[in-house]
Ligand binder design. Structure first.
Ligand code: NAD
Length: 262
């Protein structure tokens, strides 16, 4: 059955792979990106998010079956910490909140937010930024982001996305409205974002020394396949999960960290 799917960050990397894969399966994809997409908008601003929501409502005809939020920035020095806060966190959760009424009208609706295995594999994630994001005060979170700098902001924004997904998934607004909400935490995947990190003079050396037990980095289409499954008919019982797809890195570094009891 053909579905209408919104994919943010559809112009590059895993977003582009997801769009391609879904279109090959005859789904209608509404891509959102800075440029060159069906909806061109800056998800790093409140105005851009509202434009994206309004334009998506027009293009979808009033209902959406799934949303996948790949748009994001890495922790490189060329970005300000505040930019990461606004794009990675608020560009995900405020967009999802704004699209939720359209998704609630979809068929077997499903949403996948994008986190990262940096949430667990990066030492000392600054929890004050995670908490500020989850409090919903973008200006306060941006100030903390700028004081921390992009490298430390990155895993904090991705931790906040994962927690937002898990907090909201079981609520009446999401599960209660028939929408499954899950998050995916990729490890190192060969995209333009990873290649830019590899070329960085400060953190470049760390990219290929990161331990990946299966012996290679991920391919964008492998993550697209996971997302296709999560928004598809066989995943209706999966709700509120944070799914790592990282070649075994998280398990290698923190085998006993989960599950933990209440
Ligand atoms: P990418 O850089 O190839 O693609 C990201 C896309 O997001 C680009 O098309 C870009 O234009 C878009 N984008 C950035 N800022 C935007 C904004 N303000 N408004 C609208 N669109 C914007 O990256 P990728 O490697 O495919 O990563 C996709 C997602 O997966 C990101 O959220 C990233 O943090 C996450 N991730 C990537 C890796 C990896 O190793 N590649 C690992 C873990 C998580």
């Amino acid at each position: 059955m053909s579905r209408t799917v919104v994919v943010t960050g559809s112009g590059s990397g895993m977003g582009a792979a997801t769009k391609r894969r879904l279109e090959n399966a005859d789904h209608k994809v509404i891509g959102i990106d800075i440029r060159g997409a069906e909806v061109n908008a800056d998800l790093g601003t409140a105005q851009g998010r509202q434009e994206a929501i309004d334009r998506t409502a027009e293009l979808s005809g009033g209902s959406i079956d799934a949303v996948v939020t790949w748009a994001g920035l890495s922790g490189l020095d060329k970005y300000a910490g505040s930019q990461l806060v606004s794009v990675n966190y608020f560009g995900t959760v405020d967009l999802l909140a704004g699209l939720r009424p359209l998704v609630a009208k979809g068929d077997d609706p499903a949403v996948v937010g994008i986190s990262s295995n940096s949430t667990t594999c990066f030492p000392g994630v600054p929890m004050e930024l995670v908490d500020a994001c989850l409090d919903g005060d973008e200006e306060a979170a941006r100030d903390i982001g700028d004081s921390l700098g992009p490298l430390h902001c990155y895993p904090a924004t991705k931790t906040a996305v994962a927690r937002w997904v898990r907090r909201n998934a079981p609520t009446p607004e999401w599960a209660g409205a028939g929408i499954t909400l899950n998050a995916v935490a990729p490890g190192a995947v060969e995209t333009p974002l990873l290649e830019a990190s590899r070329q960085d003079p400060v953190i470049g050396g760390a990219v290929d020394s990161f331990p990946v037990p299966i012996g290679r980095n991920g391919r964008p289409d492998e993550l697209a396949a996971l997302v296709e499954f999560l928004i598809g008919p066989d995943a209706r019982f999966i709700c509120g999960s944070l799914i790592f797809a990282d070649g075994g890195t998280d398990a290698l570094l923190r085998a006993d960290a989960q599950p933990t009891s209440m």
